[in-house]
Design a protein around this ligand. Structure first.
Ligand code: GDP
Length: 442
């Protein structure tokens, strides 16, 4: 999972600090040395790390921290704030200007996820009530045009193409005329990439830029490539003066270097992150939530938003009450697994909950196939068993396994998962209570 090792390292440093009570200058310096190593190992840009550590150390050594009753907490707070600053402080939205159609030009190296990001963005804008047009200006990569057409067809967004023999600046220009006469309000231009930065590509992109004067020039960069992504962002920025970055593949186990360095190095914000291959796998980038996630404080806000989008609110409320009144049954569990499937990969979701033990994540991961088997098992139980799983003894387990075409081992696993989930739900409920009481600050 993204940032996992950085997150673990930082939490380790802070745990040590918390154990100390009063902090000396030496303690803070020692902790900062460890934070520095953790950031460098996460592939954060060297200069960015240096500035970050200097800034945190200076603040942490200030009188208020050293003399406060909870110095370790204060240091963590400073690191949290500085991480947010590093990533851009505020969420940056698309800036589509006032002319119609607005023009978004997407640029990036081959394989960064540029064409996919065009589809994701079109999908997002469509959901916001816009009428987007995808424009195929990648005439270099074989199949790029076809790929865009398939994406467009999936989300019912038209794709403008003039094949691969026409000059791309001319295609871009023609697409604007097409947009004007077809009630299109946002044009998204997919452009060619290369395996490495090259002059010919940059010149082509500059010509497209001059032809259509985009409102946004978004660089699509692959988070998995770490510092390379940052260097790519710098080069594109120098030539094209980009307006922002879409950082893709944050669902992989990226160490975090790109996300933490791009803004500081290029002065351009990350606007969206890609978190999977599907068209819905895109999220706005919130520096504050990302900082909380890195420091293991969880990302309750994103979780709540996802839940709201996927779960019927009334049902969620009923579920919440059942959990609180301890009447959470296997039937509820099944229903919940079904709605969680709509929210995206479970391990990513659970990682957003503060304090969730990572080893638990492995046990509750559920694939589509698992879900079918779980369904079969639960449906093979009697109503009484579903409501009160504690009565499921050996002979009942044998019967359920036979009835569902599974094994006793699988029935046992399911019951274990159910118990884990109950525990996790209790944690949800506690968070909810803390939020209401104002004890937990988001
Ligand atoms: P392009 O050459 O830059 O246009 O790249 P594509 O859009 O064809 O994407 C390259 C590969 O990356 C494809 O296999 C995509 O499915 C995959 N991809 C794109 N975005 C993401 C993402 O956010 N997460 C993951 N895991 N894969 C992605």
């Amino acid at each position: 999972m993204a940032f996992e090792s950085l997150s673990e390292r930082l939490q380790g440093v802070f745990k040590k600090l918390r154990g100390k009570g009063k902090l000396t200058e030496k303690d803070i310096k020692e902790a900062m040395r460890e934070v520095k190593v953790a950031l460098l190992e996460a592939d954060v840009n060297f200069k960015v790390v240096k500035d970050f550590i200097n800034s945190v150390t200076e603040k942490a050594l200030g009188q208020e921290v050293m003399e406060s009753l909870t110095p370790a907490q204060q240091v963590i707070k400073i690191v949290h704030e500085e991480l947010i600053k590093l990533m851009g402080s505020v969420e940056s939205r698309l800036n589509l200007g006032s002319k119609v159609p607005a023009v978004i030009m997407m640029v990036g190296l081959q394989g960064s996820g540029k064409t996919t990001a065009c589809g994701k963005l079109a999908n997002l804008l469509k959901k916001q009530g816009k009428n987007p047009l995808l424009v195929a200006c990648d005439t270099v990569r074989p199949a790029a045009i076809k790929q865009l057409q398939v994406l467009g067809a999936n989300i019912n967004v038209p794709v403008f193409t003039m094949g691969d023999k026409v000059d791309t600046a001319d295609i871009a220009k023609a697409s604007i005329d097409y947009a004007k006469s077809h009630n299109v309000d946002v044009v998204i231009i997919d452009t060619a990439g290369r395996l490495h930065i090259d002059d010919e590509l940059m010149e082509e992109l500059v010509r497209i830029k001059e032809a259509v004067h985009p409102d946004e020039i978004l660089l699509v960069a692959d988070a998995m490539t770490g510092q390379d992504a940052v260097n790519v962002a710098s080069s594109f920025n120098e030539r094209l003066d980009i307006t922002g970055v879409i950082l893709t593949k944050l669902d992989g186990d990226t160490r975090g270097g790109a996300a933490l360095s791009i803004k500081a190095v290029t002065q351009k914000p990350i606007k969206y992150v890609g978190i999977g291959e599907k068209l819905g796998d895109i999220e706005p980038f919130y520096p504050d939530r990302m900082a909380s996630r890195i420091l293991g404080m969880g990302d309750v806000l994103t979780l709540i938003e996802k839940a709201q989008a996927a779960i019927d609110e009334k049902k969620a409320l009923e579920m919440g009450q059942k959990i609180l009144s301890k009447q959470f049954t296997l039937e509820d569990f099944l229903e919940q697994l079904r709605s969680l499937k709509n929210m995206g990969p479970l391990d990513q979701l659970l990682a957003m909950i503060p304090g969730v033990n990572k080893s638990v994540l492995k046990n509750v991961e559920v694939s589509e196939k698992d879900l079918k088997r779980i369904e079969a098992i639960i449906l093979s139980m009697t109503k009484e068993e579903r409501q009160n799983p504690s009565i499921i003894n050996g002979s009942r387990k044998r019967r359920i396994a036979r009835g569902s075409g599974t094994t006793i081992q699988e029935v046992n696993n399911l019951l274990k998962q159910f118990e884990e989930t109950k525990k996790m739900m209790k944690r949800f409920a506690d968070i909810d209570k803390d939020l209401k009481r104002g004890k937990l600050r988001l």
